[in-house]
Design a protein around this ligand. Sequence first.
Ligand code: ZN
Length: 208
Amino acid sequence: MSAHLKTIGTASLRERVSKEEWQMRVDLAAAYQLAAIFKWTDLIYTHFSARVPGTEDFLLNPYGLMFDEITASSLVKVDWEGKIKDDPVGMGVNEAGFIIHSCMHRARPEINCVIHTHTRAAVAVSAMKCGLLPISQHAMRVQARMASDLGKKSKAMILRNHGVLALGETVREAFEIMYYLDCACQIQVDALAGGMHNVQLMSQEAAD
Ligand SMILES: [Zn+2]
């Protein structure tokens, strides 16, 4: 547990933010905590962001905390450009890490949460020329929400040789999409261990 956390005034932060912001903080902190359990953290070098409802401000992880140390009252509030507006624990944010998030939030105003990961399976699939294959229920569930350029309705994307993105109107939605996307990547890596020639693709009918 970081010594920084001992200095957080939880009650005072809750009192000075809106009810809606507090709820978003609780939801996003829960996503970080679950990500630690699911091993999506890449130590600390990935980010989940959430919009403060009714504003153009965003919540991000304090730079340096492990994901299982992140709480509703330690999340940092930043503007579009990642400039800090409220930093309860004084640890700042990884500005470079927020760039991809600010692009998504700016392009898609209905999206309130962006989850970005570099898990081993996601990076492995991102490095495959074939992309995400329709070989599992998990993949079929995600592919309906996927587009190569994150068009107007897509909520999932593979970043070539880098990792994956899931978007949601709520933290819960983004988390659920990431869960299925990461499972689909893990299944693909496992299935391809036997060689591409041994993999059977699903039809849409079978998936339905
Ligand atoms: Zn990344």
